[in-house]
Design a protein around this ligand. Structure first.
Ligand code: NI
Length: 166
């Protein structure tokens, strides 16, 4: 297992519409393990493959931060099929370090997700889990959470981000 390098805002690989995962392989299993380890090391609740430079529709979510194996979720070719309500709360991203901004998300989502064996399941997420699913699935479509804001707010965020990194 290995912690992988997380690429950050501005890297073109974060803007790609990623490709579907095909047949499950030992390499993919290794990638999943590395993603969990990387999220844990960086204190994130989840991470998507594009954030380590691999443009595949694959992401992991673990709201328990390694405390509860039963809560580890692997998203494979996921698709949001239903959203309900809305929630407003702070959001951050390992690829945009130092930035936390309040963003509206659905309160509840249903996600069509592929299992490793190729069969499909439906996952339900509420509150923080719904937010995490939306956030990670956005990564697979090449979208960062800071891109939801208008140009003025985005410029402010960008300035703060660059200042932080100096
Ligand atoms: Ni993120």
């Amino acid at each position: 297992m290995a912690v992988r390098t997380v690429i950050t805002w501005g890297d073109p690989r974060l803007k790609v519409n990623s490709a579907d995962v095909g047949e499950w392989t030992p390499e993919l299993e290794q990638l999943v393990e590395d993603l969990f380890e990387t999220a844990l090391a960086e204190e994130g609740l989840g991470i998507a493959a594009p954030q380590v430079g691999i443009n595949l529709n694959l992401a992991v979510v673990d709201l328990s931060c390694g405390e509860d194996p039963a809560r580890k979720t692997v998203l494979i070719n996921p698709e949001i099929v239903l959203t309900e309500g809305s929630q407003t709360g702070p959001e951050g991203c390992l690829s945009v370090p130092g930035i936390h901004e309040v963003l509206e998300r659905p309160r509840k989502v249903r996600v069509k997700n592929r299992r490793r064996d190729g069969s499909w399941e439906e996952l339900e997420g509420e509150d923080l889990l719904a937010r995490a699913y939306c956030h990670e699935i956005d990564h697979l479509r090449g979208r960062l959470f800071v891109e939801y804001f208008g140009p003025v707010k985005r410029q402010l965020i960008q300035r703060k981000y660059q200042k932080n990194r100096r």
